[in-house]
Write a protein that binds this ligand. Sequence first.
Ligand SMILES: [Ca+2]
Ligand SMILES: [Ca+2]
Length: 466
Amino acid sequence: MKSYLSVRFCLFFLLLLTFRYAAAQRVAMNDTIYVYANQSNELHVLANDLGADLSIAEVVITLPPTRGILETNLNCNCLIYTPFAGFGTLVYEDRFDYIFVSATSFDQNGGVTTAATNVASVFLLFMEDECDNCVWPGDVNNDGITNVWDLLPIGIAYGAYGMPRSDTSTLWEGHESEDWPGAFGAGALNHKFADCNGDGFINNADVAAIELNYGLTHTVSTIPALPYEANNISLSVQILNESVAIGDTVTANIVVNGLAGDANLYGLAFGINYNIIPVAGTVGVNFPISFFNDGANTITVQRVVNGALEAAITRTNSEFATGNGIVGVISFVMEDVLAGKTTEENLTISLTGVTATSPTGNRISVNTIDGQVGLVLSQQPKQNPELPPFTLYPVPASNQLNLNTAGKQVTAVSLFSNQGKLLQTIMPEPFSPVITIDTRLLAPGLYLLQINTPQGIVTQKVPVVR
Ligand SMILES: [Ca+2]
Ligand SMILES: [Ca+2]
């Protein structure tokens, strides 16, 4: 045990490299945001971007807006947009572009390497002032974003009916709607917000708007809070794998227990985070038949956001489900992002944003227990000796290095120092004929270029001279 711990400790440095590599996987995504005239608007442009620990400080505006002022705000980790006079009366839209630029990578001589991402565009559209009390189809809890947590109020008010809207569109914009007689928790949130499609009924058809408008945001002045009650249930993640290696399918149970006897539960929404990067498209949760899911009186939504899973399930029959046991099964494939690193660490699956509800619309207190299992990293990257080397020029490199792909597909190019420290990762356009790497900030010396292709990885040495 003693030597195991000392090996772990000694390899802490390599772990840092691992996290740096993970942090480099960032993609900026386009946004469409409705903004008010004559006031400042918070723009949470990072909300749908891919990558861990995204900071607004690393966002660089490459095309500024022309009809307002844009400022960076570290407190909200967002941008603040203030439109000029005339916005909303003379002009109704604006636009700007941004990229991520990280200045946190250093070469072994202290030189800074910047790694820029793709360009994302943000489209700003005027929002009518009088739409403060409008229904945004999918944002059922009216907190400004559509996500799995919006499923819970639909379960609570399932089967309720009220005044239909004049329109039955689920387009992402504010829809005028009269208040219904019913409301969630002390009137903080009117039932009309759960009638996403405006047909006057709260049912399955309204869940489609959550799927349709998932992740979209709008500005809200106050977020309604549901009343809270102690209920004493626990939610734990139990990983079934004895250990996890790159490429393995990880399976974990989500287990509900009552702290004293059976658990009483009506709706459940949660996020799942992990300290590895799963293979895109492999993350999901199943809700098997259980005390909670009888297969008839439940609705569910799930989505992967920034590589992390968000999921919700709620009953629809206005009655608690009572019992203990597995309510969900998560699975994903661990990606080959840690290739080349040799270390030992635990895979941790954490529950985030856990919200449980009662049939009457109260939030229930939940104790959460994360899952952990040993992580076995491969000794070597999946080098493919069958692949011929790529042509690099000029060699040695000075200001830039060009990689001739010769028509072959290259998915990523990573530059490492000779000590194995990741300095830069480029995600080229599919089938780019030439990929260019800026080497101006690199100290003279030998570097390693790791070229990822669908057929495997090729690593080539690159000398840089001045
Ligand atoms: Ca919402
Ligand atoms: Ca409806």
